[in-house]
Design a protein around this ligand. Structure first.
Ligand SMILES: Nc1nc2c(c(=O)[nH]1)N[C@H]1C(S)=C(S)[C@@H](COP(=O)(O)OP(=O)(O)OC[C@H]3O[C@@H](n4cnc5c(N)ncnc54)[C@H](O)[C@@H]3O)O[C@H]1N2
Ligand code: MOO
Length: 406
């Protein structure tokens, strides 16, 4: 069977994914979450005409001209407005953030003023409206400030606070169950017996999940026995998960039982095996839980680098879609610093390191060994060079596409 191209696989994986339900959380719990509805201003900002500087609020004469000397008759500070009136030739001392009195039409900074008792002399031209932030300059009451789907980062949370959004409607964190399979695996912290290795994929994939602000549920390790894999899948199906990620057992060996177990649990297979390296045995399908809930199934290959690269390419966009975020992979152009040979029929994601040169351009080179078992190389890589299927050889100095990992 021909291998499915990566882009088609990604499209099929994400096209029918519905954004999950939402909940209301307090602002101190909202960091990293995704807005489920547009965020609207409950206040205007600034709420009043405010001084942008420390100095003196002055008013023009009826003819529009400004005198050069004023009598200082009061003070306005942030949080305490001046309540009196200001006549021609009068000014008030004003500080940054203070409400500008209605009678005043300009603020003169104190550096341009010589004060003598309650008199000030202004040097330089006074310009109307100077240093006054108009009410509603930042945002108006009822204005839509952020769209649904926006991730609540630091700037978004500051805006939420300023606009009176102390509670925010966000999408619920998708629940992602992670099931490792393999007789050879022991959990981190355990001592592997002869012929055993430590399961690394669960830890790596769980962190990818958490970094997307989803909940990772570790279903542990099950041996290569169909009945035990089925039992673990059923546990996930009863645990209100949105995604089930299986690790390993996705290929064609006698001990690769994941497809068989998923089929026994009623999985509708979408695709299995894609034109990608690493990650050829990737599997995608869906299960329906007893309560009718659709569970997206992603069968990741066992080789650790294959698992992680497929996690970046497929699991991350799937979670983004479930949380209602628009996902865009961080793909950039870079200049290759070495020759690369021609590619075969699978799109290759080559572990690579890039640097920013003095001109701010990205320069990239592939890491020396690309074996999909080598987590050392993956952790060293800060990007993946994307080599299209059947791409011809390219020389040093040529432009290439990279997927930035960090
Ligand atoms: N005859 C063929 N053999 C293989 C093919 C193929 O097309 N024909 N594909 C190869 C490719 S590509 C990959 S990738 C692997 C993936 O195989 P599986 O998904 O079935 O994975 P396993 O066989 O279970 O394990 C492969 C490898 O990874 C280690 N592993 C598994 N799980 C974990 C884990 N949680 N943490 C760390 N390491 C794990 C496992 O011990 C094996 O070494 O198949 C090739 N074979
Ligand atoms: O595609 Mo496998 O993932 O080459 O190791």
């Amino acid at each position: 069977m021909a291998l499915l191209p990566v882009d088609e696989a990604l499209q099929r994986l994400t096209e029918n994914v519905q954004t999950g339900p939402s909940e209301t959380v307090s602002i101190d719990q909202a960091g990293g979450r995704t807005l489920a509805a547009p965020m609207v201003a409950h206040y205007l900002q600034s709420p009043f005409d405010a001084s942008a500087m420390d100095g003196y609020a002055v008013r023009a004469n009826k003819d529009g001209s400004y005198p050069t000397t004023f009598r200082v008759i009061g003070e306005a500070a942030a949080g305490k407005r001046y309540l009196g009136q200001i006549a021609e030739g009068e000014a008030i001392r004003i500080f940054t953030g203070a409400p500008v009195p209605a009678d005043a039409d300009s603020v003169v900074i104190q550096e341009n003023v010589i004060r003598n008792g309650d008199m000030i002399e202004v040097s330089g031209e006074i310009i109307k409206h100077k240093h006054i932030r108009r009410a509603g300059l930042d945002f108006k009451l009822g204005e839509e400030l952020l769209p649904a789907g926006r991730k609540l980062d630091a700037a978004a949370l500051a805006l939420a606070a300023a606009s009176g959004n102390a509670k925010l409607q966000v999408t619920c964190r998708p629940r992602v169950a992670i099931l490792a399979t393999g007789d050879e695996l022991v959990a981190p912290g355990q001592i592997p017996a002869e012929d055993q290795i430590i399961s690394s994929n669960s830890s790596g994939i769980a962190e990818l999940v958490r970094a997307q602000d989803a909940t990772a549920i570790d279903l542990g390790i099950v041996p290569d026995q169909t009945d035990l894999i089925i039992a673990a899948i059923k546990q996930a199906m009863n645990d209100n998960v949105d995604v089930l990620v299986t690790l390993g057992g996705a290929s064609v060996g006698d001990h690769d039982l994941v497809h068989k177990a998923l089929t026994a649990c009623g999985m509708k297979l979408d695709f299995w095996k894609i034109a990608m390296r690493p990650g050829k045995p990737l599997m995608h399908g869906s299960l329906t839980a007893a309560n009718g809930r659709i569970i997206h199934v992603l069968g990741l290959p066992g080789n650790p680098v294959s698992s992680m690269v497929c996690g970046h390419l497929f699991l991350v966009p799937l979670i983004a879609k479930l949380t209602g975020r628009t996902y865009r992979a961080d793909i950039r152009k870079a200049t290759l610093s070495t020759h690369m040979p021609e590619n075969d029929h699978r799109r290759d994601y080559v572990r690579a390191e890039y640097i920013l040169d003095d001109q701010g351009d990205l320069i990239v080179h592939p890491l020396p060994v690309q074996d999909s078992s080598m987590l050392g190389m993956l952790a060293r890589a800060n990007a993946l060079i994307i080599r299209e299927a059947n791409a011809p050889a390219i020389d040093a100095g040529a432009s290439c596409k990279i997927l930035v990992l960090r």
